[in-house]
Ligand binder design. Sequence first.
Ligand code: PLP
Length: 392
Amino acid sequence: MSTENKAPASLNDFASGKLQALEAKNQRRTLVNTSRTQDMALSVNGGPRLISFTDNDYLGLSTHPDVVAAAQEASARYGAGTGASRLVTGNCPLYAELEATIARIKGTEDAVVFGSGYMANVGIIPTLIGPKDLIIADELVHTCIHAGITLSRATCHFFRHNDVEYVKELLRGHRHDYERVLIVVDGIYSMDGDLAPLLELGRLAKVFDAWLMNDDAHALGTVGGGRGSAHALGAEGYVPLQMGTLSKGAGSYGGYLAASKPVIDLMKTRARSFIYTTGLPPAALGASIKALDLIENDKALTERPLKLAKQFAAALGLPEPQSPIVPLVIGAETAALDASAQLAEKGYKVIAFRPPTVPEGTSRLRFSFSASHKDEDVEGLIMACKALGYGA
Ligand SMILES: *Cc1c(COP(=O)(O)O)cnc(C)c1O
């Protein structure tokens, strides 16, 4: 047996010890092979067909025939990869069309596409904000915003979820101590499905000369006529930095920032996660262009996920959702895992989210609804949940 690649004992001991500790808290994670087909059907490890209520594919565009065809055409024409970073030779011509479309949907002067939503946030935040500046962030913002904040080395205050009064106090007390101030929120919160109070925060930001940024990962294609959270809340003009992803509602891959021309030009010149990484595969760009075309022009498509979420919540006596994400908080990790397993037996894939993704003691089933769910899928899910004793 070859020993050349043997890891040092200390390294393996570290990794195993860490895993055991997580296992003891029911927090160890494992991957399963998942084959997805159309209409939100999937199979796990070659098992029976399940209907997924757990994807972020809110419009079913990841498997839409026109979107898949656009991906194939783009690869046939431009190849499987872009060969270099965008500033070198990786700037495939499809980027220009994609970025113009994003800017039009978001109502901004310009937009820039990054490798992913995660890469967008770790690039955008440190490009705008530095060690002498202040970031005010909702306590529930996505983990990649935390990563961007850390890289910026700015002072950061987290505020109680959606607490506008608290943001006002922070600005009153601290604005004058800093040069630049960024207020950052998720447009839609991925574990609770609620929206950020963008209009109220936007007004405050104007008064105190702070910059408001929303992460619209879950909002593109799902609220505001498909245009996102700022449009859903009548806060157009209040959010100068609209970030998001092409990997959820748009069904493909990539991240973006929609903003003014100077801000976008600065990103292309300074954002490290834009400069020092390879351009996206042309297939992802072609798919996104087609997906955004559908999002812009098919109102029935973008209205359906929220409509289904409301129907489900009403049937189970849950509060009316603002987005296609409906949480059912169960509490203990094992109880949430149990509920998830029981729904799988009935033919529905619903993931149990556990700490550290959600706060301790709030393990939950998180249902997400897609335009490609059939009416009978939602009816069947409601019956299955009722049979488990929820919403009785
Ligand atoms: C999924 C998500 C991201 C990351 O986007 P990717 O394109 O998947 O990297 C960022 N922010 C939020 C709020 C998300 O839900």
